[in-house]
Design a protein around this ligand. Structure first.
Ligand SMILES: [Zn+2]
Length: 93
């Protein structure tokens, strides 16, 4: 089966929460809205297609949460998407 492998090649600290992942409140901190509590944002991804090799940037889009959207793919074709393990460990509460 055709596979699409996604890798995160660029990650930066979330500027909204400075990497904490929450609003810093001592009592019931809320998860940061921008990074959803991860403390990090994805800035670059690499997408490798088993059929076409590494895809150009025009074939996919992604957001800071690491969600990748493939562009111009035939939806009838069965494609297995291999997503990276989350590169950010969850902080202990
Ligand atoms: Zn944040």
């Amino acid at each position: 089966m055709r596979t699409i492998t996604i890798r995160y090649t660029g990650i930066r600290e979330c500027p909204n929460c400075e990497g904490r992942g929450d609003d810093g409140s001592a009592w019931r901190p809320f998860p940061c809205r921008r990074c959803k509590g991860r403390g990090k944002l994805v800035t670059e991804v690499e997408v490798e297609d088993s059929a076409e090799g590494v895809l150009p940037r025009s074939r996919y889009d992604f957001n800071a949460l690491g969600e990748v959207y493939l562009i111009d793919f035939d939806e009838a074709e069965e494609i297995e998407v291999i997503r990276p393990a989350e590169p950010w460990g969850r902080r202990a509460p």
